[in-house]
Write a protein that binds this ligand. Structure first.
Ligand code: ACO
Length: 322
């Protein structure tokens, strides 16, 4: 019997920062509106020519350094992204080349903002079956490339970035209580139109732009996330009060706070990076995790819950002990 243990965490943000002030010169908006409705103050934007695979690779290198492993030790790369460098090959393949990894397999997972939760659950299943030994699970996005920069309803919300973890197969004895303890994944395709990109290879042969009915997405978010969190905690025979850190998808401070209230998790146990990162889609959970890790507050043996909701609609939660 195997456990998938998180042994390394890393994040990367592009240098350029776009503030609410900057945005107010581009569209009819202001800092007060954005701050009050979302909690976002600034976001990072990838430089010209800086690709999703670059952000993912930089985050992966940090996670590998943190785990003390090299390219030869990695045999699985799963990249969660909705903004791949190209239609194909998978961004994970490009990251594999950039890292110099030549073993095992690499592929992408597409569940938009829930992508990292889905990718981590996928990697956990492969490792638990003994099929791979050490995975890089990456969330990397350049949403700035699919934003309609004239749409004030969406352009203020998103940012670019990458985050990664190293997930290692260990025997139950080696893991000694650490590892992924469960995941709950859901999709309801009836809501595909609430949040989508209006282009693609098969439909328009264009890249398209992000379109969202924000207030309707908001209505689904709190209940659906809470349901996933309760399920994953129940199935692991734990209580919500056992959670040391809640690391949510960083879409909106109001959603974060409402979920916390709904679940009764104290605010000081919730990691919030939305003010400085904006919504980085699949990168947001590993980026928030890497901020927590960098702060030195995350301790070995602590129980971490990650959750997300995004296009699809897809949503889910996963639980691991560090
Ligand atoms: N600046 C000023 N006014 C704005 C802006 C802006 N940037 N954007 C919209 N408005 C206006 C609208 O035009 C509207 O004006 P009207 O009343 O004259 O028509 C008014 O503000 C209210 O618009 P709503 O969309 O109803 O505002 P709401 O309170 O719902 O806030 C927001 C909008 C922040 C998008 C909110 O709905 C939200 O956060 N939804 C969740 C979306 C989300 O998090 N999606 C991501 C999750 S999934 C993923 O990560 C891919």
């Amino acid at each position: 019997e195997y456990r998938s243990v998180v042994t390394g965490i890393g994040g990367y943000l592009p240098e350029r920062i776009l503030t609410n002030e900057d945005l107010s010169k581009m569209v009819d908006t202001d800092d007060a509106w954005i701050t009050e409705r979302t909690g976002i103050k600034s976001r990072h934007i990838a430089a010209d020519g800086e690709l999703t695979s670059d952000l993912g690779t930089k985050a992966a290198i940090k996670a590998m350094e943190d785990a003390g492993v090299t390219a030869d030790d990695i045999d699985l790369i799963i990249c969660a992204t909705a903004t791949p460098d190209k239609t194909f090959p998978a961004t994970a393949s490009i990251i594999q080349r950039k890292l110099g990894v030549t073993n095992g397999a690499a592929f992408d997972v597409q569940a938009v903002c829930s992508g990292f939760v889905f990718a981590m659950a996928t990697a956990d299943n492969y490792l638990a079956r003994g099929q791979f030994k050490r995975a890089l699970v990456i969330g990397a996005e350049t949403f700035s490339r699919i934003i309609d920069w004239s749409d004030r309803g969406t352009c203020v919300l998103f940012g670019d970035g990458g985050g990664a973890i190293v997930l290692e197969r260990q025997t139950k004895e080696e893991a000694n209580g650490s590892g992924v303890l469960g995941a709950h994944l859901r999709t309801d395709g009836r809501y595909v139109d609430l949040l989508h990109v209006d282009g693609g290879p098969s439909s328009t042969q264009t890249v398209g732009h992000l379109r969202m009915i924000g207030n309707q997405v908001f209505k689904h978010a709190v209940n659906k996330i809470s349901e996933s969190v309760r399920t994953v905690v129940d199935e692991a025979d734990l209580e919500l009060s056992d959670i040391d850190w809640l690391v949510p998808h960083q879409a909106n401070q109001r959603i974060l706070s409402a979920v916390a209230r709904n679940l009764g998790v104290e605010e000081n146990r919730i990691v919030s990076t939305v003010a400085n990162h904006g919504n980085t889609s699949a990168a947001s959970v590993p980026l928030a995790l890497s901020e927590l890790h960098k702060s030195g507050m995350l301790k070995k043996g602590e129980l971490v819950l990650i959750e997300a909701i995004g296009g699809g609609l897809s949503w889910g939660a996963a639980l691991f002990r560090l």
